[in-house]
Design a protein around this ligand. Structure first.
Ligand code: TYM
Length: 410
């Protein structure tokens, strides 16, 4: 019986971190015997934001070294740079032609990377502010009219004149405030369209390329961290759109595999933000190239809170919950079980235990990665073999796709 096929990948953009390890790479290891596995180095995706070419080459090898050091066996799984298999870009073009812009406009990652994620919230805040200014203006205007109508005797008096002046002043101030609100709204809209205009087409089309990665191998399962769920749903929609267009079931609808205790590892500096390669603070993440001292230091300095004892409460204690999740994932346990083990421990005791565990689990990976990085030619040969295996699978599928679309084969 043929095994179900898996495809996944990591962008070789450096700073490979604990989130990439626990949310993705580590989970791939156990799937290698039960599935036919393709693990690519997503270099085409990496260039959707500016990259230094020498760093991209280096990071591609380093990410491959990380896959192998984490337990991906190149004999069982195809490991290859995405750009080495031209199908990815070619199929992406065909799929671009079956993807409505409206679907891409919903993608959160594009909005995050183009720095427009907070735009709707900022718009709403300004709208609310301007509405309440308008309400205040209407109410003061009403009071002013009422005052004039109800107290004709007072109008000529000194007290009446003073009152009238006061109310008129408030109306004037509110009118100014209202005009300022309108200017702020206009400026915000301008800033958003400036940022949207500056974002690259590649960044916008990123999820379509991702769909091509998966569909081009007829992969049925995609092991990823939680942040990729929306992209996976889009890949299913694109597969459906293509199938409908050609009256076929050619592309299987891929299923996300979101596995393990740590599907969304958070920043060590802010328990409400995802751990990411691009966070300006190095202390926000543990990377797979950190040595034991760096790991221990980052965990010791990690955000916690002043509540006594250790409890797992994602909503009210996000930073501690994140450390518990990491602990649980590294020890194949659950955050609740770790919390009850350390219930009466001080933060420092708990953090020291976590630091020891992280060093124990990550140090062998770091050492192995360094050894692999010392031998470029062996690593490059493995990637070349991986690319050949990937091409063997991709070529017939892509040829069939071209035929369905109606491209003349010459
Ligand atoms: P990338 O490079 O951002 O992340 C690689 C993998 O790591 C997971 N991940 C996390 N998991 C838990 N906690 C975190 N803080 C965290 N940060 C990242 C991601 O979910 C991902 O699984 N678009 C993909 C690469 C890609 C891909 C594909 C994946 C390109 N084509 C096709 C699957 C199938 C990405 O940006 O990964």
């Amino acid at each position: 019986m043929t095994k179900p096929r898996i495809l996944s990948g990591v962008q070789p953009t450096g700073n490979l971190h604990l989130g990439n390890y626990l949310g993705a790479i580590r989970n791939w290891v156990g799937l290698q015997d039960s599935h036919e596995c393709l693990f690519m180095l997503a270099d085409l995706h990496a260039i959707t934001v500016p990259q230094n070419p020498a760093d991209l080459t280096r990071n591609t090898r380093e990410t491959a070294a990380a896959y192998i050091a984490c337990g991906i066996d190149p004999k069982k799984s195809a490991i290859f740079p995405q750009s080495a298999v031209t199908m990815h870009s070619e199929l992406a073009w065909i799929l671009n032609c079956h993807t409505p812009l409206g679907w891409l406009n919903r993608m959160t990652q594009f909005k995050e990377k183009a720095s427009i994620l907070e735009a709707p919230e900022a718009h709403k805040m300004l709208e609310d502010k301007s509405n309440s200014t308008l309400d205040a203006l209407t109410e003061t205007g009403r009071q002013l009219n009422e005052f004039c109508a109800l107290t004709p005797d007072l109008k000529g008096s000194a007290a009446g004149t003073e009152m009238l002046a006061k109310l008129s002043k408030v109306v004037g101030l509110l009118q100014k405030e209202f005009l300022l609100d309108q200017t702020n709204k206009k400026n915000l809209s301008k800033e958003i369209s400036k940022r949207t205009d500056a974002a690259q087409l590649g960044l916008y089309a990123y999820p379509v390329l991702m769909a091509a990665d998966i569909l081009g191998y007829h992969a049925t399962h995609v092991p990823v961290g939680e942040d990729q769920k929306q992209h996976l749903e889009l890949a299913r929609d694109i597969a459906g759109a293509f199938n409908r267009a050609y009256g076929t079931e050619f592309f299987p609808l891929p299923e996300p595999l979101i596995i393990g205790a740590a599907t969304r590892v958070m920043s060590l500096k802010d328990g409400t933000k995802k751990m990411s390669k691009s966070d300006p603070s190095d202390l926000s993440r543990i990377t797979l190239t950190d040595d034991a001292d760096a790991i221990a230091k980052k965990i010791r300095k990690a955000q916690a809170d002043s509540i006594e004892g250790i409890t797992y409460d994602e909503k009210n204690r996000p930073a501690v919950a994140n450390l518990l999740t990491i602990f649980a994932a590294l020890s194949d346990s659950t955050p609740e079980a770790i919390a009850s083990e350390y219930a009466s421990a001080q933060n420092s005791t708990f953090k020291n235990a976590l630091a020891d565990l992280a060093v124990e689990k990550l140090s062998p990976i770091t050492t192995r990665m360094r050894d692999l990085m010392d031998d470029h030619s062996t690593l490059d040969k493995l990637l070349k073999d991986g690319a050949n295996r990937a091409r063997e699978i991709a070529t017939p599928i892509f040829e069939e796709t071209q035929k369905m679309v109606g491209f003349l084969k010459v």
